[in-house]
Design a binder for this molecule. Sequence first.
Ligand code: HEM
Length: 154
Amino acid sequence: MDPDSFTPDREIWTPPGGPPQTDRIPAAVYETMGEDNIVAFTRAFYRRLAASKISHLFPKGERNLIKAADKSAAMNVFLFGGPHLYQQRHGPPRLRMRHMPFVIDEDARREWMRCFRETLQEATREYGMPAEHIPAVALFFDGFSRWMVNTRRD
Ligand code: HEM
């Protein structure tokens, strides 16, 4: 999708708080995990999404799911304190705009965060995420995910 050419055909809701004001995730997270672990972490997260209440939002089939996960992993490399991998591969993030084609309400956000938190629970053991920084990662994604909500729940 070209984020500049997307015109939604439904009413878009904008969170009143505006963009997230959360602290950055300490770069030690990237430095300890490295890119391969971040990719593996993000694929595990996407597998949970594919089995979740919001699976309809994500691409079908293993290959397509991995492709989508790896795009998000490139962003996570950056968000965890590494190089601008997503920007190099895909251009400006404009994440709220890129999520506009998908109906994301507060229920969807909570389900997304449940999958994320479950993946965090195994992240130290499986992917070498430093345990002391897990609360900072959870807090960052909780704040950021609120900004991705674009549809008000009835
Ligand atoms: C509020 C809950 C969220 C939901 C329901 C959601 C859902 C989605 C969906 C459906 C896609 C498209 C998948 C595809 O077909 O390729 C996507 C892409 C993406 N999401 Fe989210 N997302 C959420 C929050 C977040 C957050 C908090 C971040 C990062 C801070 C994030 C980062 C990304 C990135 C980097 C992409 C790829 C964008 C692209 O290049 O097209 N998302 N998300």
